[in-house]
Design a protein. Structure first.
Ligand code: ZN
Length: 83
């Protein structure tokens, strides 16, 4: 899922009257949807690959994973592995 699709989904919900009244719920839904947009991992000072949303270590430095995790185990952020 990309940014455009998430924005489209939010637009559709609001146009069709499915958007909740309270702002906290809107923010929660937005946050959940935004985590479906794959983001590249960030590197910490030890060279570990970390989740860009919560900082959870998703790949230890020097460890060759056969299959990179598609989502952060901690918060569900979709991860984009470019290399
Ligand atoms: Zn995370």
């Amino acid at each position: 899922m990309d940014t455009q699709k998430v924005k489209g989904a939010l637009d559709w919900l609001s146009k069709n009257g499915y958007m909740p009244e309270d702002w906290e719920t809107v923010e929660y839904i937005t946050e959940v949807l935004e985590k479906q947009i794959p983001k590249e991992p960030v590197e910490d000072e030890y060279g570990h690959k970390c989740c860009p949303a919560c900082g959870w270590v998703i790949l230890l430095n020097g460890v060759q994973e056969e299959r990179f995790t598609p989502h952060c185990e901690n918060c569900g952020q979709a991860i984009e592995w470019s290399d």
